[in-house]
Design a binder for this molecule. Structure first.
Ligand code: NAD
Length: 381
């Protein structure tokens, strides 16, 4: 089969879904690869590098769509991109079917089989295809780098001839994939790092990474933030009050706050309120990784960096993985390559779209003129 990668059309998006390295791996599965001219350039991959890896470079998105059996991209398709596709073709990209019912219907009506990378079940066997995690890992790391770039002091403490410098204090709110990556980056830069999550089971992971878990004055048995499937559920009003009280105590002492708290299917919980920002020191930085879902901080403006009257920088960028486009593309293209491996079980260049396979079934949102989202719950846990 022919795998074709498109240039991302979303403004500012620098990632690409195929790299020269992933193309070599796809060829080992028996596939040919094509790419739109210039598609990899913003991620640092030239057309010549693709050609050297045996990829045919085609002049336009339409030429790729016409040639490919499987079209790969990063961001969910725009309606005009779906228009380029034809019946029987497979599209693999992020899709967010719950938020994009019209796109889902367009793909179904076209007879396109859409595989949503955001719908890959989060089970152990599927970790290699888990693009949500690979991108969240990058975002967590990059959040710390952006914070450091906007923080007018060292992260690590120093004693030098010119004076003694205290280490920065960093609070990470939410210790999922992004939060744990942020903790790792913050600790390795030498900051004293604290972290909080409603799921008490992450306390051990936080401790093992060299950060300190923030406990609340709240009976642990009453901590109701952990729901099924390892994800968080909304907190009770009492728990939320205890959490906000603790954050108010911490606010004057924290130099950097990185918020990553999300609850599936809901807007991001507001956890870092305007009065907490007002309590922070001049020069402090907040990076809100939940900005795209409304933000954890009251003052976050999605895609913007603002500075408050009391000198606190609040960063609400939503494109952290794209800011590390080379790395993000390599990891994402690898996630796609693993998906293709499962779709090509005999490594003979022939796709077997096996809807009995929990992972393939979970990620497939339309198939042969039918909407197949939402999927039944996975059998494997
Ligand atoms: P996420 O992005 O949905 O949420 C980020 C974090 O915010 C979570 O840790 C959540 O508990 C936390 N949170 C929610 N409300 C909060 C609040 N009020 N205060 C503080 N923190 C709050 O999470 P994620 O990174 O996608 O990971 C979610 C779960 O999925 C984790 O248990 C993770 O280990 C698991 N996971 C499993 C796999 C796998 O097995 N393949 C892969 C990735 C993640």
């Amino acid at each position: 089969m022919k795998i074709g990668a498109l240039t991302e059309v979303a403004s500012g998006e620098c990632r690409v879904a195929l790299t020269p390295e992933s193309a070599l791996q796809l060829q080992k599965l028996g596939h040919d690869c094509v790419i739109e001219a210039g598609a990899g350039l913003r991620a640092g991959f030239t057309d010549a590098a693709y050609q050297a890896a045996g990829v045919s470079v085609l002049p336009s998105a339409q030429a790729v769509a016409d040639a490919a059996d499987v079209v790969v991209k990063v961001r969910g398709p725009e309606p005009a991109e779906l228009d380029l596709l034809h019946e029987g073709q497979t599209l693999i990209s992020f899709f967010w079917p719950a938020q994009n019912p019209e796109l889902l219907e367009q793909a179904r009506a076209k007879g396109v089989t859409a595989v949503a990378m955001d719908m890959v079940p989060r089970i152990s066997r599927a970790q290699k295809m888990d693009a949500l995690s690979s991108m969240a890992n990058l975002a967590g790391y990059r959040a710390v780098i952006e914070a450091a770039n906007n923080f007018p002091r060292f992260f690590t403490g120093q004693v030098t001839a010119a004076g003694k410098v205290p280490p920065a204090k960093v609070l990470v709110v939410g210790a999922g994939v992004a939060g744990l990556a942020a903790i790792g980056a913050s600790v390795s830069l030498g900051a004293i790092t604290y972290a909080f999550d409603v799921r008490p089971e992450v306390a051990e992971q936080i401790g093992s990474m060299g950060a300190e878990f923030v406990y609340l004055d709240f009976a642990e048995s009453a901590q109701d933030g952990a729901a099924t499937g390892g994800y968080a559920a909304p907190s009770s009003p009492e728990f939320r009050e205890a959490q906000l009280k603790k954050f108010r105590e911490l606010a004057p002492d924290m130099d950097i706050v990185i918020t990553t708290a999300l609850i599936p299917g809901r807007p991001a919980p507001k956890l870092w309120t305007a009065d907490m920002v007002a309590l922070m020191k001049r020069g402090s930085v907040i990076v809100d990784l939940a900005a795209e879902r409304g933000g954890n901080c009251d003052l976050t403006v999605p895609d913007e960096k603002i500075v408050t009257d009391n000198g606190v920088t609040v960063i609400g960028y939503t494109d952290f993985p794209s800011r590390m486009a080379a790395q993000a593309s390599s990891l994402y293209a690898n996630n796609i390559r693993h998906m293709m491996t499962d779709l090509t079980p005999k490594k003979d260049g022939v796709i077997d779209h096996n809807m009995e396979d929990d992972v393939i079934r979970g990620a497939t949102v339309t198939k042969a003129g039918e909407t197949t989202w939402p999927p039944p719950p996975p059998k494997i846990q």
